[in-house]
Design a protein around this ligand. Structure first.
Ligand code: NAD
Ligand code: UDP
Length: 312
């Protein structure tokens, strides 16, 4: 077996930690790079004894040198609370991080995958969203540092491919949840579960009639690895998400039901530019990657609830 050398930026975060574990289990050598802004050493502690795993503290806004066959570029805070904490840094992470990682890929001839997002569609006017939709993003709004940062990263990826023949893949990830989310992550699934387990009020923003489509992290990791190893010349972007769409109020009710919580639902103001609806069209992922999600909401939520019971 040939052991591939694989760099995962943002590897100590929620998604990155699952990806590192899976890549190691498949017999690869994994370099996990993180600046620990939202990620935690705890997420990869169990991997540290593996001689084929290396944890590196580094910030992707500075150049990084290593020999590697593949790069998964995940470094970037993903929760609105965290990416809005320092919006300039968020954009630098997306843009300078992409330039530095693409430069590395170009120098060593590595294949590189960019973790893009459904946020490139903004508050979408087309429903469900397919990859040919250009999106509806407010370039000066509170979410712009993340949305436009990710859109710029896509532009950089595509141009390094066209101009410098870098072997790129772009995945547009829709809302994902699962174990290893930080209890203070601030995204909706972790917030609701943490609130429910403590019998605190469940904070629904707006009237809760906005929709999202949530996928379980194992499905995402499967899709990422399939895309990374997809046929030459297929660059994406490709949507990876679970098309099962529901309202945020329905999610709150489901979490209360599954935790048996005494929590009450309370309503808080809707943040600005909060998208009203979101559902992936996954026809392209089905065709090119033979991928579709396997874990449905109740099963995924139960696993996530069990994880949070151990950490709070
Ligand atoms: P996360 O915040 O848990 O993980 C991001 C990781 O990147 C953290 O470990 C953080 O410390 C690290 N990081 C941030 N800035 C960095 C920098 N400048 N240098 C080095 N490391 C840095 O978020 P996540 O949910 O695991 O998201 C992973 C990736 O997937 C992100 O790029 C995110 O935009 C993308 N994504 C996630 C979702 C989702 O629902 N989880 C949806 C769409 C896209
Ligand atoms: N949300 C909510 N309560 C919370 C956190 C989030 O009602 O405690 C809402 C938020 O306004 C949004 C949806 O849940 O409409 C998803 O939010 P999240 O931050 O998880 O992801 P994103 O908005 O980036 O899709």
């Amino acid at each position: 077996m040939i052991r591939k050398k694989i760099l995962v930026t943002g590897g100590a975060g929620f998604v990155g930690s699952h990806l590192c574990e899976r890549l190691l289990n498949e017999g690869n050598e994994v370099y996990c790079l993180d600046n620990f802004f939202t990620g935690q050493k705890k997420n990869v502690l169990h991997l540290l004894d593996n001689p084929y795993f290396e944890l590196i503290r580094h910030d992707v806004t500075s150049p990084f040198f290593i020999e590697t066959d593949q790069i998964y570029n995940l470094a970037c805070p993903a929760s609105p609370v965290h990416y809005q904490y320092n919006p300039i840094k968020t954009m630098k992470t997306s843009v300078m991080g992409a330039i530095n990682m693409l430069g590395l890929a170009k120098r060593v001839g590595a294949r590189i995958l960019q973790a893009s997002t459904s946020e490139v569609y903004g508050d979408p006017l087309v429903h469900p969203q397919n990859e040919s939709y250009w999106g509806h993003v407010n370039p000066i709004g509170d979410r712009a540092c993340y949305d436009e940062g990710k859109r710029s990263a896509e532009t950089l990826f595509v141009n390094y491919h066209k101009q410098n023949k870098v072997d790129i893949k772009i995945i547009r990830i829709f809302n994902t949840y699962g174990p290893n989310m930080h209890p203070n992550d601030g995204r909706v699934v972790s917030n609701f579960i943490v609130q429910a387990l403590q019998n605190h009020d469940i904070t629904v923003y707006g009237e809760g009639n906005q929709t999202r489509s949530f996928q379980y992290v194992d499905d995402l990791v499967e899709g990422m690895i399939r895309l990374m190893n997809s046929r030459d010349g297929f660059t994406g972007p490709v949507n990876v998400g679970n098309p099962h769409e529901f309202t945020i109020l329905e999610l709150a009710q489901k979490v209360i039901e599954l935790t048996g919580s005494k929590s009450k639902i309370i309503y808080k103001p809707l943040p600005s530019d909060d998208p009203m609806q979101r559902q992936p069209d996954i026809s392209l992922a089905k065709k090119e990657l033979d991928w579709s999600p396997n874990v449905q909401l109740e099963e995924g939520l139960t696993k996530t609830i069990n994880f949070f019971k151990t950490v709070i």
